[in-house]
Design a protein around this ligand. Structure first.
Ligand code: PGA
Length: 254
């Protein structure tokens, strides 16, 4: 049985006091309102990992710590980088790898991402591996081809045991932060496609891999997306910065 997951990607938002306040609000609301078995991930900027970890810890909940990125290197002279080992030591359980903003603005290549996935797994954390096509690629009918290539290049070097630890996030680039959401049909179609690809490469373990939808997912549209058979939760950007909205999205999981 695959896990239902809602992950909040805070991106480059919130200073320390705000991060602590949001976490404290979420911990309280989730504890009193969320009864179902759902894995909740908070992915703050690196500098807030420790503060967020302390607040989650004290309350022993189903909330896990995530990071938005990590270095492709294990350690060493890489000024400004943060290693997977550092994140794990801070209590991290998940790391987002290959977000389209990382691919686009920081020129992360498929090779970098495959290495990052390795570093995350070596440190006993789970990668949330992002894939998704641009508007031009979808308009050109190339969305399946693009996603195939991203998965093959970033993940298919793994064996089935390692693949079982993956979480995938399908995030059409044209839907991220734009207010445009994939229709439930478009999302389900791609999620089913991703699962069939994983099935072909890895066999039955594909049924255990959670595939999240991301891209302008909010409290209005979450329920219709999460109702679909291959959508196992969401990776939430903007709407994860407001405690009430984020908790409503979690509540929308069936
Ligand atoms: P958004 O971002 O929900 O603000 O569209 C999603 C993401 O980038 O993970």
């Amino acid at each position: 049985m695959r896990r239902k997951i809602v992950a909040g990607n805070w991106k480059m938002n919130l200073v320390n006091t705000e991060a602590k306040q949001l976490t404290a609000e979420l911990v309280g609301m989730i504890k009193s309102e969320i009864r179902k078995p759902v894995t909740i991930v908070l992915a703050p900027p690196f500098v807030h990992l420790n503060a967020v970890a302390q607040l989650i810890d004290k309350n022993g909940s189903n909330i896990y710590l995530g990071a938005q990125n990590c270095s492709s290197h294990a350690s060493g002279a890489f000024t400004g980088e943060v290693s997977a080992a550092m994140i794990a030591a801070m209590g991290g359980a998940f790391v987002i790898v290959g977000h389209s903003e990382r691919r686009q603005y920081f020129k992360e290549t498929d090779h970098d991402l495959a290495e990052k996935v390795n570093r995350v797994l070596e440190n006993n954390m789970q990668p949330i591996f992002c894939c998704g096509e641009s508007q031009a690629e979808r308009n050109g009918g190339r969305h399946f081809e693009v996603v195939n290539k991203q998965l093959e290049a970033g993940l298919f070097h793994l064996d089935a045991a390692a693949a079982g630890k993956l979480v995938i996030a399908y995030e059409p680039v044209w839907a991220i932060g734009t207010g445009l959401t994939a229709t439930p049909e478009q999302a389900q179609e791609m999620h089913a496609h991703i699962r069939s690809l994983l099935q072909k490469r890895y066999g039955p373990v594909a049924q255990d891999i959670s595939i999240l939808y991301g891209g302008s997912c909010n409290e209005q549209n979450a329920a219709s997306l999460f109702a679909l058979p291959d959508i196992d939760g969401g990776l939430i950007g903007g709407a994860s910065l407001k405690s009430r909205s984020f908790v409503k999205i979690i509540s929308a999981l069936n």
